[in-house]
Design a protein around this ligand. Sequence first.
Ligand SMILES: *[C@@H]1O[C@H](CO)[C@@H](O)[C@H](O)[C@H]1NC(C)=O
Ligand SMILES: *[C@@H]1O[C@H](CO)[C@@H](O)[C@H](O)[C@H]1NC(C)=O
Ligand SMILES: *[C@@H]1O[C@H](CO)[C@@H](O)[C@H](O)[C@H]1NC(C)=O
Ligand SMILES: *[C@@H]1O[C@H](CO)[C@@H](O)[C@H](O)[C@H]1NC(C)=O
Ligand SMILES: *[C@@H]1O[C@H](CO)[C@@H](O)[C@H](O)[C@H]1NC(C)=O
Length: 402
Amino acid sequence: MRLVSLLVFAFVSIASTTILQNGQIRPNNYPDTAIASILPTDPGWVSYLPNSPELSYKGRWDHQYISWCFGNYTSEGVLVAYRIDWQDWMLTNLTENSTHLFVTPSTVGYNITQPTNAVPTFEMRVKNWAYGVQIECVHAPQSAARLVHIPNYDRTMELISDSLSAGQYGTLEGISSYSRGLMYGLGNVECSITAYPGICLHDSRCDGNLHGQTYQWLKIPDTSGRALDIYGDGPDIPAWEFAAHPAADITVINLGTNDISTANDITVSEFHDSYVQLINEVHARWPTSQIIVISLWSGFSQVGNTWVQGGGFIDTIQDVRRSFNNGALNERGGNGFVHYFNTTGILEHNDIGPLYHPTDVGHIKLARHLMQYIKLTFGWILEQTSPEIQHDTLYSNDESSY
Ligand SMILES: *[C@@H]1O[C@H](CO)[C@@H](O)[C@H](O)[C@H]1NC(C)=O
Ligand SMILES: *[C@@H]1O[C@H](CO)[C@@H](O)[C@H](O)[C@H]1NC(C)=O
Ligand SMILES: *[C@@H]1O[C@H](CO)[C@@H](O)[C@H](O)[C@H]1NC(C)=O
Ligand SMILES: *[C@@H]1O[C@H](CO)[C@@H](O)[C@H](O)[C@H]1NC(C)=O
Ligand SMILES: *[C@@H]1O[C@H](CO)[C@@H](O)[C@H](O)[C@H]1NC(C)=O
C-alpha cells in the first residue's frame, strides 16, 4: 500500500436537525479524523499543493480549488465520503482550516493486493450540494507514498438538473442520488453533476435561486448564498471554461419540476424556448454530445384503487425533442441527438418520500433504468465491476426470525 494521504481543508457552517429513517434516528456520529496540522516544510512528509498535477479534480472546481458548489464560505462540520479504490465509503465531518488523517493501516482497503501495474486511488466526495471544501494541501508520508496522476476515463457524462438529481432528502444526499448511481453504475465514466435544489430551467428567480440553468450552467459558481458572497451577481461572473475540460459524450437533462411550480409560474412557451436554448448551449460547446431529456414524473396521485404517476410539461418536452429530431418522437423516427427518456412506470408511489423526492430505492430504480436505456440506445457496455456503492442505505434485513 503506497498511497497514504492527508487532505487539508478550509471551509465554513451547517444547520443540525434530527432525521428519521425507518422510524429510527439516523446516526451521524462519524469518526473524527482531525489531527494536528502539518506544514509543507515539516520533515517526513511530501506535500502536494492544490495545483499539483497529481491531484484529479472531478466536476466543477474553480481556480481557487473551490468546487462548483463549495468554497470556504461553507458550513462547519461538512460531511465527506472517502475511500480507497472501490471499497465501501467511509464518512467523516471536516472543519475549517484543519488537517485530517484519512488513511491509516486500519483503513478499509489498506492491505488490498493491487493487480499488476494498478495504482490505488484515494477518492473524496462532499455529501451536500451547498457545502464544500477547499483544498489547501495534500500530504503523504515520505517513507511510504508518492501520488501519481490518474488518467481520465474515456467516457464522459454530464447531468444538469435540480434537487431531484442533487439527491435532496436522500440518505447521503449526493452520494445516494440517482445521478451518481447512474454514472458510477456505468463504471469507467467521468461524471459531472450540475444540479441545484429549487433551480428552474428558464432563467428566472426560483426558490431563492437568482438564475435558471440556461444562465447558471455556463458559469463557474452555483446559485447558493455562499457563491453569491464569493462571486457576486454582476456581469463579470466567471464563465466555466468548457474548452479546458473534456466534452460530455452524453448529457442528461432533468429540469422543469420547479418551472412548473405555481410559485415560479413559468409559461409553457418560456419553458419550451428555454429548453431549446439550453440544448443549443450544450451542443454549441459539445457538438457530438448525445442529449437525453427526462420526462417529469411530478409525484403520484391516488386514482380509484391504485396510484397514477403525474407529469409536468409532458407535451412540451416531447415537442422539444421533436424539434431536434425531424419531427419524430421515438428513437426510430429520426436521427437527432436529442433523446426522450420516458419515466412513466419506473417509480411507484412509495418510491417518492414524504418530501416529494425519490427515496433511496427510487434513486436506485431511476439509475438502473437509465443505465439500461443508455446501453440500448448508445451501445455503452455496463462494466462488470463498477464503483457504485450504496452506503448507509438501509433496505436490507438482517433479522432471520421475524
Ligand atoms: C475565502 O477565501 C478567499 C480567497 O482565498 C479569501 O479572500 C477570503 O477571506 C476567505 N474567506 C473566509 C471566510 O475565510
Ligand atoms: C456531520 O455531518 C452530518 C451530516 O451533515 C451532521 O448531521 C452532523 O451533525 C455532523 N457532525 C458534526 C460533529 O459536525
Ligand atoms: C490555520 O491553522 C494553523 C495551525 O493551527 C494556524 O497557524 C493558522 O493561523 C490558521 N489559519 C487560519 C486562516 O485560521
Ligand atoms: C492490514 O494489515 C496490518 C498488518 O497485518 C493490520 O494491522 C491491519 O489491521 C490491516 N488492515 C486492515 C484494514 O485489515
Ligand atoms: C410513456 O410511457 C407510458 C407508459 O408506458 C406510455 O403510456 C406513454 O405513451 C409513453 N409516452 C411516450 C411519449 O412514449
